[in-house]
Design a protein around this ligand. Structure first.
Ligand SMILES: [Fe+2]
Length: 481
């Protein structure tokens, strides 16, 4: 018997239809009473405005969605990020930024190097603030309780140029690290340290050969590690917003991927060498062992994955052959001998790897991943957990569901234990979103939290513990990996 194709996933790529403060939502199963915290996620809230649809999902204005667990009850909230650029557009009643703006606006923006800070990629808590991030701009501070947009932050001018959407925590240093890029006559890669207490510091920088798109990096106890793929930005197109994000990118097949390893305690010194071209989208973690550095990351042969996503309108449940699939790799880096070996750890299709925060910078027992299967020719969203022996446990969603990255969550009291993973899911049959709480070790069902709306695509998120009486703004430390 022929199986029916699930409804189109296009409704996952439509404007956020309801914005609201935290409201109680219903729970199927049980939220453990020890689990008190909030998962904040960043994604796209506006795909089209003034009757025009953005060309690529990454161009969309950001929205923050949150789910709070308190005393076994659940409360949900969603708000569009009110960036200065978006407010200016709303005020003037037309697109001013991006590919849908009139040519004159794009020309003026190009001259002034003005772009809209969409804050649509990640959201992290650090010291007294919650910050929504996108890689082409500075952080945007968001209110912990109301999700209201407070405004752009450069930490007393310390951040020059952009601030990546992928800071990583190092538990042994009680610091997070991030990078940013400055494009100009030359391309500068800046390194930032965000301590649990104290100020943000720019701890060093180096010059890259070309202006590149660099999405993520990773940190071990002692090193910042970058895989600089030949994904070159065409700066003049970017400045003038000509075409979509993908139109401003060029994969230089003749170039190689540069491996850069920077000692955190001596950022002026760096190890740099090249290897065969590949693209690393996201990193799970890194650790040092026997004089070598090991890095788990999602490997692609090139950057076709961005074309697959587009504005979401061409995605369907049967396009497995057209997909560019990410695979989990483990790289072994020897900076003394300039060697880089990357081996496939798991042949499953996967993305958005996460480890428990406790292990950031050192060896970790588990990685959780968003994964996918094809059953009877149909795409099925899944979540997988891989251990050190490369043994994989997978939870497969029902047909017609699209899940987000699995965020490892735990109570502060449990120390290193990651007890659960939480994912936001879109159900194309019911045209509704829900959160699914699974046990972390064996991915068994724990609770399903029902929403009364669709939360459009989100990319990354952070769990913030609220298990004691401190208010959110009194809490320190960045709480993402
Ligand atoms: Fe990302």
């Amino acid at each position: 018997m022929d199986k029916k194709t699930p409804p189109s996933p296009i409704k996952f790529f439509k404007n956020l239809d309801k914005e609201h403060d935290f409201i109680e939502v219903s729970v199927i199963g049980e939220i453990p009473s020890s689990l008190n915290g909030i998962l904040y996620r960043s994604g796209v809230g506006i795909f089209e405005q003034f009757g025009k649809r953005y060309k690529h999902t990454f161009e969309g204005d950001g929205a923050i969605s949150a789910i709070k667990f308190k005393d076994s009850k659940a409360y949900a909230s969603s708000k569009v990020v009110q960036s200065e650029g978006l407010l200016e557009e709303i005020n003037k009643g037309k697109n001013i930024y991006g590919s849908k703006a009139p040519w004159f606006s794009r020309f003026i923006n190009g001259l002034k190097n003005k772009r809209k800070n969409t804050a649509n990629t990640h959201i992290v808590a650090w010291q007294q603030g919650l910050y929504a991030l996108m890689e082409g701009a500075k952080p945007t501070q968001i209110d912990f309780e109301t999700l209201a947009t407070i405004g752009e932050e450069d930490f007393n001018g310390e951040i020059k140029g952009t601030f990546s959407a992928h800071p990583h925590y190092v538990a042994s240093r009680e610091c997070s690290y991030n990078f940013g890029l400055e494009y100009g006559r030359e391309t500068k890669l800046n390194f930032y340290e965000l301590p649990n207490s104290g100020k943000v510091r720019r701890i060093g920088s180096l010059t890259l050969e070309k202006p590149v798109m660099l999405h993520d990096f990773i940190v071990s106890d002692n090193y910042l590690i970058f895989f600089i793929a030949p994904a070159q930005l065409i700066i003049w197109k970017l400045l003038l917003s000509i075409g979509s994000f993908i139109d401003c990118l060029k994969w230089d097949e003749k170039s190689q991927t540069e491996i850069i390893v920077v000692p955190i305690d001596d950022c002026e010194k760096s190890y740099r060498f090249k290897t065969k071209a590949f693209f690393a989208s996201h990193f799970a973690g890194a650790f040092e062992e026997n004089g070598k550095i090991y890095v788990d990351y999602i490997h692609y042969p090139d950057i076709k994955l961005f074309k697959n996503l587009g504005d979401g309108s061409e995605l369907n449940w049967r396009e497995s052959d057209n997909h560019s699939h990410g695979k989990l790799h483990r790289a072994e880096i020897d900076v003394k001998n300039n060697t880089f070996i990357s081996n496939l750890r798991w042949n499953g299709h996967c993305e958005f790897p996460r480890i428990a925060k406790f292990f950031s910078g050192k060896k970790y027992p588990y990685i959780w991943l968003q994964s996918e299967e094809y059953i009877d020719g149909f795409f099925r969203s899944s979540i997988s957990r891989i251990n050190e022996k490369n043994e994989v446990v997978t939870f497969v969603y029902d047909e017609g569901q699209l899940c987000s990255e699995p965020v490892p969550i735990t109570s502060e009291a449990s120390g290193d234990g990651c007890e659960y993973v939480l994912s936001l899911v879109f159900d194309s049959y019911k045209n509704i979103s829900y959160y699914l709480l699974l046990t972390a070790r064996d991915l068994r069902f724990q609770a399903r939290i029902e929403l009364s709306q669709v939360i459009p695509i989100t990319f990354h998120g952070s769990w913030v513990d609220i298990s004691d009486s401190r208010t959110l703004s009194e809490r320190g430390s960045i709480l993402t990996n």
